[in-house]
Ligand binder design. Structure first.
Ligand code: UDP
Length: 423
């Protein structure tokens, strides 16, 4: 699977991050656990305080990263009782631990976000546990592998209970009044999910997708925006598999800071790109096309094309396209798979986190662009998907899915027609 740290035998390692309070009786077992995990083939990073720091020379296989805490006297003074020390250490370590872990998760130290499987945190270090959970090192969802809690449907600014209520009403409605389900997917990418739907709802499910492949001649698509007509000619001037296509679909909106990091990350990557900057896609710019950062256009002149809307399917089918930076809207994801194009994923809301997780961890055809958008991480992820070993493997897998998608289509549609006629 993509996104594991490379080591000698060509396999990528999952990584465990360890952190304990700086007491002998806490550090010793943690370092033993580190050695044992390492011996079983996992990567291990020990985050540690500067106070009572472990000696890295004694554990050459483990990566040590100091958290740069500032301790008040009462955390270390022989005059403080143990409870005072524990409270002071916990309070002083919370923010630096969070910052060090966030940096690791952004790929600091040369790792990848996906490499970090979990953090093992000293049981007496409760703020660190909270920080790890908030940063997404949280639980898998029972029965819904590979999803984690943070991949579940959410919409920023919406009340979670209200959203769950809506989803539950949808499910109840389906159970109560539906004869069958038509889904725009195909068996090869969601076989067990389809079986589960059929089993749990006792309803026939017809995976008739990818729908757009069922047409000999693509139907005229209704587009909410006027597409730019120069994209294909611009792509024609580029060699095969040299261009990154960037689009976050028709609804997603990023904040101004994220937009700037996207722009400078693209500039810093050095790759040619076609970027759909939709009017209204940056918060604060209203319905207007957001202004590009100062100096950006000069920086990318001749290398980047920016449009308000593109004919996406034609763009993805162009041989110059190498990879797609997407928000993982379901249509965009299917369109990318159907053209065998690997993805950089930046899910924004609703079901996009679920789809992104499948892209990266189930189908192995994409890489996270970075949980927190930062230009250095962005440039690194872009380079990886365009020219790295991981990118090449993802392209191969995407190509296999493309073959399966094109073989999958009309028989499910035939079954659906038969079922409709039987009603
Ligand atoms: N799309 C397009 N041009 C663009 C951006 C998007 O034609 O510049 C199309 C894309 O091909 C897809 C749809 O808009 O069919 C977006 O749907 P998706 O489910 O990917 O995301 P949403 O817009 O619903 O978030």
């Amino acid at each position: 699977m993509a996104g594991r740290e490379q080591h000698g035998d060509g396999v990528r390692r999952r990584r465990v991050v360890l952190f304990s309070l700086p007491f002998q009786g806490h550090l010793n077992p943690m370092l033993k656990l580190a050695a044992l995990l390492r011996a079983r083939g996992l990567g291990v990073t020990v985050l540690h305080t500067g106070f009572n720091a472990p000696d890295p020379a004694r554990h050459p296989e483990v990566d040590f990263v100091p958290i740069h805490e500032t301790l008040p006297d009462e955390a270390t003074s022989p005059d403080s009782d143990i409870l005072r020390k524990l409270l002071a250490l916990n309070a002083a370590c919370e923010a630096p631990f969070r910052a060090a872990l966030a940096s690791l998760l952004r790929g600091g130290g040369g790792g990848h976000r996906q490499d970090v499987a979990c953090a093992v945190v000293d049981g007496q270090c409760y703020p660190a546990m909270g920080a790890a959970a908030q940063l997404g090192l949280d639980e898998p969802v029972p029965d819904l592998e590979p999803l984690r809690v943070r991949d579940l449907i959410r919409v920023d600014g919406c009340d979670t209970d209200e959203l769950c209520g809506f989803v539950a009403s949808v499910a109840d409605g389906v159970r109560a009044s539906v004869s069958g389900i038509v889904i725009n997917t195909f068996e090869a990418i969601e076989a067990s999910e389809l079986a589960k739907i059929q089993r749990e709802l006792s309803l026939p499910a017809f995976a008739v997708g990818p729908l757009h492949l069922l047409f000999q001649t693509p139907p005229a698509e209704q587009s909410l925006h006027e597409p730019d007509h120069g994209c294909l000619a611009w792509l024609d001037a580029h060699p095969p598999r040299s261009v990154l296509y960037v689009s976050l679909g028709s609804l997603a909106c990023v904040d101004h800071g994220a937009f700037e990091e996207m722009a400078w990350g693209l500039a810093g990557s050095g790759v040619p790109f076609l970027w759909v900057v939709r009017p209204g896609s940056v918060s604060g710019a209203g319905d207007e096309a957001p202004p590009l950062p100062d100096g950006f256009e000069e920086e990318i002149r001749g290398r980047g094309k920016i449009v308000k809307w593109a004919r996406q399917r034609e763009v993805l089918a162009h041989e110059a396209i190498c990879a797609f930076w997407t928000h993982c809207g379901w249509n965009s994801t299917l369109e990318s798979i159907c053209e065998g194009v690997p993805m950089l994923v930046q899910p924004c809301f609703a079901d996009q986190m679920v789809t992104a997780r499948y892209v990266t961890h189930e189908w192995g055809v994409g890489l996270e662009v970075g949980e927190v958008l930062e230009r250095g991480t962005v440039a690194k992820a872009v380079t990886e998907v365009m020219a790295g070993e991981d990118g090449a493997q993802m392209r191969e897998r995407a190509h296999r899915l493309q073959m399966q998608a094109s073989a999958a289509t009309s028989s499910a549609m035939d079954s659906l027609i038969r079922f409709i006629l039987s009603l």
